[in-house]
Ligand binder design. Structure first.
Ligand code: 9MG
Length: 277
């Protein structure tokens, strides 16, 4: 694996696990006071996550929760752009979570350092847009679409199928001209997977890391943790931190989390143990 991840004007050293902080700008997050208040709250939240030590921020304007309805590119941009502009002075690379080429074009022109695409650049034109930029890309695996993905996820061998899919999409990226050191892969925990599928993938994350690209893992507050612990989303901090640590121990280089400070503390303890051993 390359020692750095190149993303826009940044080169992130991969000699320690990186923490990506989640900044959602969706109606179920900051929308109580209307659009302007939502942007202001999201910017404040992003600054807080950066102050807590986030290595990257991931801004998203369309929910990808199971059953979520799609939004138009115009609506997504109206949510994201004020936030992207409001964090432009922070010395932390900003990723944008989107599947739409129109949104990718607009955010890349405004300095987004990474495109986080839960469909792995499937939309026509998406590959070329990222290739023509200097941004990194996170290629995620999903079976189905957010509307339907949890209806009946089925695999013969979940790890092999996810690994082969990611290998294929990474090959498509390099063929399109995206250098290997701009590519991140992600098994997509919770995206068209049962709790058992998610646990198998976590246990076998090393098979995904063996592809030679940095692996991003996102377990933060997800429903699998609710199924395991019996806890509601807002009570899943301990489970989320545990899953992030396990993911790192099994080969993840980036963890996508809501709780940056707690995750950084846990990773600091892990690093201290590894240094002493
Ligand atoms: C947008 N989003 C929600 N969960 C995610 C995950 O696990 N990985 C990535 N790359 N994006 C996610």
């Amino acid at each position: 694996m390359n020692p750095v991840l190149r993303c826009g004007r940044f080169a992130l050293a991969l000699d320690r696990p990186l923490v990506m902080g989640v900044v959602n700008v969706t109606p179920d997050s900051f929308y109580d006071g209307g659009r302007h208040a939502a942007a202001a709250a999201a910017i404040a939240h992003a600054r807080q996550l950066a102050a807590e030590g986030a290595d990257l921020l991931d801004i998203g304007g369309e929910s990808s929760r199971p059953g979520a309805a799609p939004v138009s590119a115009e609506e997504e941009l109206a949510r994201i752009l004020p936030v992207l502009e409001g964090v432009a002075d922070i010395a932390v690379p900003v990723s944008v979570d989107t599947v739409k080429p129109e949104v990718m074009r607009a955010v890349l022109a405004r300095g987004a350092a990474m495109i986080n695409d839960i469909t792995a650049l499937a939309a026509p034109g998406a590959l070329g847009l990222v290739a023509a930029s200097d941004a990194a890309v996170c290629l995620m695996h999903m079976q189905g679409s957010p509307r339907t993905m949890q209806a009946d996820p089925t695999y013969a061998d979940v790890t092999a199928e996810v690994r082969d899919f990611l290998a294929g999409r990474a090959a498509a990226c390099t063929k399109a001209g995206i250098a290997r050191d701009r590519i991140v892969v992600d098994p997509g925990f919770g995206f068209g997977k049962t709790v058992e599928h998610n646990l198998t993938l976590l246990a076998r994350l090393g098979d995904i890391a063996a592809l030679g690209f940095p692996v991003l893992a996102g377990w933060s507050r997800k429903s699998s943790l609710g199924r395991i612990t019996g806890r509601a989303a807002e009570e899943r901090l301990a489970g989320s931190v545990a899953a992030a640590l396990i993911a790192v121990q099994r080969g993840a280089r980036i963890v996508r989390v809501h709780d940056v400070a707690a995750t950084r503390d846990a990773l600091a303890v892990l690093a201290a143990v590894e240094r002493s051993g």
